[in-house]
Design a binder for this molecule. Structure first.
Ligand SMILES: NC(=O)c1ccc[n+]([C@@H]2O[C@H](COP(=O)([O-])OP(=O)(O)OC[C@H]3O[C@@H](n4cnc5c(N)ncnc54)[C@H](OP(=O)(O)O)[C@@H]3O)[C@@H](O)[C@H]2O)c1
Length: 217
């Protein structure tokens, strides 16, 4: 796939590494051209750096890997209001969550994914990849265990467009996880709240996994 990555930080690098290893073509667009070039060089495997608009144009999928409060600015740089992302699966991994406490910073009834959909008219927004720390996707996570011996994880996703969910599902598998669709964007606030739940519990010192009942699938 031809994938655009908007953002040059920790998550862009981690998913970029996984997707480059899986053989996908990556174009990195950051507000800093220097950082985009540095990341593209680090990823190797033919990854390129380009201005955000070019990185977002004619891609099979675009990952918006920026801080939640930079999403609108990055989408503007990518030309989203001119329709550059029309029909493109736009993967939203953002967490608008207060550091440590896990309180959601979006307005009541609002979600980042819907906000992003409004700022990128015609884009096929899929919420995904927001729940796991970035090193889940790297070959050498901080726990030192390589990807092939880590327990399998499920990436829960929401989106309104079956084709975009399909493409994102393929990218989830390329990163070594299994995709699961919770529902459309009308349910995305549930997924975004889970991030707040996990971060909030982890901050109290509890293991969030231990707070979820084991339910047979
Ligand atoms: N890291 C994780 O473990 C993780 C896991 C799940 C989800 N996420 C989510 O993924 C997103 C990226 O996280 P990250 O850890 O990669 O963050 P990060 O390392 O801090 O990188 C943030 C990126 O956002 C860009 N950015 C910030 N404000 C911007 C603006 N106004 N306009 C354009 N670009 C802007 C930064 O550009 P500059 O370098 O130029 O400042 C940088 O490329 C966040 O929404 C985060 O909640 C992260």
């Amino acid at each position: 796939m031809r994938i655009g990555i908007l953002g040059t930080g920790t998550l862009a690098a981690a998913l970029g590494e996984a997707w480059a290893h899986a053989g996908h073509d990556l174009v990195i667009g950051g507000r800093s051209r220097d950082r985009a070039e540095r990341l593209a060089r680090r990823l190797g495997d033919g990854a390129l750096a380009a201005p955000p608009r070019e990185a977002a144009t004619e891609r099979d999928a675009v990952l918006l890997a920026v801080s939640w409060d930079g999403a609108d600015e990055m989408l503007a740089l990518a030309g989203a209001s001119d329709g550059v992302l029309e029909g493109t699966p736009l993967i939203d991994p953002t967490n608008a969550v207060s550091h440590g406490e896990g309180v959601l910073l979006t307005d009541p009834g609002e979600s980042m994914a819907r906000r992003i959909a409004r700022s990128a008219p015609g884009a096929h927004v899929v919420k995904a990849f927001h729940l796991f720390p970035a090193d889940q996707w790297t070959s050498r996570p901080t726990d030192g265990r390589p990807t092939d011996v880590r327990p399998p994880v499920t990436v829960a996703m929401c989106g309104d467009h079956p084709a975009a969910l399909h493409v994102t599902g393929d990218l989830v598998r390329a990163a070594g996880a299994e995709p699961a669709v919770l529902g459309g964007l009308d349910r995305v606030h549930q997924l975004e709240q889970v991030a707040g739940f996990v971060i909030g519990l982890a901050f109290t010192g509890a293991d969030p996994n231990s707070a979820i009942p084991r339910v047979a699938s």
